[in-house]
Write a protein of this length. Sequence first.
Length: 172
Amino acid sequence: MTVAEVLNLRLARPADLAAVDGLLSRSYPRLLAADYPPSVLVTAVPLIARARPELLASGRYWLACDGEGRVVAAGGWSAASPDGGVEGQGLAHIRHVATDPALTRRGIGKALLTAAMAQARDAGFSRFDCLSTRTAVRFYAALGFVVQGEVDIALAPGIVFPAVRMRYDSGK
């Protein structure tokens, strides 16, 4: 499947919760396995591989669907930081991006994130912050994001997820 074969790029709705949960639960464990130790995969991945209802209802979370309507990629943005960290005027936060592991490196994630970032720009945001997985650093770098440093995201008492903070400035 290529980008041209993804017939539908659309905003998510609350009713998409199960479909996005399915995407995240099949994507994260498989794609992150090469870059994270088993201890992180067992403790943290079940917590991050869950759709966020507030994102699905925000009008800022995008889905890429195949010809059969199956969600094959998802991701979006918010004005609020997901980790309580970096906030600022004109700064949008890229949120919960994933592509089906069988369909990576085909331009689907890029098309989805390009649509989300265009929507954020139209809303007045010109800079983007991202808490990337180690696995996705090359993906974001190819889109122009620059590594700011490693961060640990506290998910629950005693459970942290190692991530990489990245930034993009559209120069607007």
